[in-house]
Ligand binder design. Sequence first.
Ligand SMILES: [Zn+2]
Length: 293
Amino acid sequence: MGDKRIKRRLFLKLIGLGGVTAASGSGALAYGYYSMKKAPEREGKIFFDMHAHLPNYAPQDELLKALSTHGITGIASWSGEKRILTYEEALNMPGVKEIDKGCLAEVIYNGNRGYIFKVQEVRSNFHILALGCPKEIDDSLGPIKVLEEVYRQGRLPVIAHPYINANVWNKPFVQKENYNMLRELYQMIADLGGEVEVFNGICIDIMPGFNRAKANEMAKNSISGFPNIKGTAASDTHRRLEQVKTNGIYLPADSLSLEAITIYTGTGKFERFEQPIARVSAALGLLEGKIRI
Ligand SMILES: [Zn+2]
């Protein structure tokens, strides 16, 4: 364990932080590996990071440690991806017990208690978080159909990183010709329920030529004409456990049921907590995803 940590530190110093410092000068340390913190506990609130992709090959005690700190982690699966932890896989770990069948469980480890919630990130033309849907939704459906399917299952959709075109690497931002489609989705969300993720933890200025921070600004501006949409935040943890619960929303403390999470999230009874994921951590997580898939 100790060895591993020292190695990792050295590794980051050599290739991670060194590269970042060279690329961006004196502000680099602000994005450093160690500058990230878990969202603080708040009186009368429970923290909810609804968008996290965890590695199911990580040591079990490290997963349990990350999931048992305060707050709810949305265990976001991807259809067909076998190395991302699913809610159902998490239920098999010791100390994990369901408190709302099929979608919410508590995680007790080393005297700490956290919670996990079932989420699917449906990778349609736009990515849509299906909160607590019992049946998996097909990625090949168009985004309107995905929303319809989430509603049909009686659940809530959240449009993830609306301005990031995550399916096409050489066109990282959503193209102007798709803005009308996005407005259509927003209108549906405004009328029927749901939210838009306006702060995504890994939408950062990750390296020269790959600045995704502006996608969050665009997302915030885009909801201004929709008073029913408040805008959520989430870490979008990619593999790295230090990213879990660094971003999210504070819900009222009595949110430990599917019904409460759905109603409070859907009616804007939350406050966002935003924090850019440390650049090195984000880069390593994305890289690891590429290698592991
Ligand atoms: Zn995601």
